[in-house]
Design a protein. Sequence first.
Length: 381
Amino acid sequence: MKKLMVTAFFAVLALAALSPIVLRAQQDITGTWQGMLTPPAGPELRTVVKVAKADAGLTATLYSIDQGGAQIPAGNVTFQGSTLRFALPGIGATFEGALSSDGNTITGTVKQGDRPLPLILKRANAETAWVIPAPPVQPKPMPADADPSFEVATIKPSKPDTPGRAITVRGRTFGTLNQTVSGMMTFAYGLHPKQIVGGPEWLDNDKFDISAQPEGTGQPNDKQWRSMLGKLLASRYKLAFHKEKRELSVYALTMLKSGHKLTKNDSDPTGLPGLFFRGPGVFPVRNATMADFAGTMQAVVLDRPVVDQTSLAGRFDFILTWTPDETQFGGRGAIPPPPDSANAPPGLFTAIQEQLGLKLESTKAPVDVLVVDHVEKPSEN
């Protein structure tokens, strides 16, 4: 009898020791949380995070009150033990925070690149919650069947030693910075540089800055911007070419059998994708199709064309982080390993599998190439 009582006593102790863990796992993280995000410079930013339950787990959305109430959807939301984690692909950031024992405070950090920004969130209710500003009115889109041209376009040789290279759209203004004609062709026609054949040497060397406004009214979509640039190349650079099919070494982008890890974005199906690198190997993607992603990877990062074979429809948000090698970014991709190389991001091919649930496979396939028949340096503005 004594042995039985001792056994029961220790069983009670074991349950008592485990009970705090059980209670913590059952804490409710859903609701509205708010706090001040502290940037390295400038004023603090009022930040709201809304966490909700979904069929597949949890969803989260971040709102920056002092930046117009910008809504930033989160992906890969997890709550394990007392730790809340999620990614913010639209701004290339992640959040990790610990829920307090009373369930009313999350002490965490927003990490964007290598900059950790403290963010302490307090649970809010109907009385204490900050008012989230109404989202800005989206510009009226240009009719999808419109076939516009640039009404006004200024072309200037780029200033020597100007850093960076970009193609941008700000409102109804289209711009290029330090772009070659071959670079503009890759954007206009969705190509890898190896799909452009022939032409003079300056096609790949001379750089131009362009500022242009479209004719008509409304906000052009991605396809219309590309078409307008193609027309500008034909009218101002006298570009003429013909197409051929050639078998080239390519990368096939496919989906793993386990499925993708991308966050669906249904907020703006006709809007422009966000495809801006935050340095080599940090690529936040927002509102982009798989064709957008493949096109950017082949035009900017990889040494051969990328063929999208994922069969994934729609638009997605995600962030891809990897350690580039010397074959990427036109030979400019190699970066020194960080001091703690054990924590360095993986290589590109591993990162795509682990972070996106996709795969890049080397193969050969027939693809279109553009053979340049004629091109001239641009006409005067």
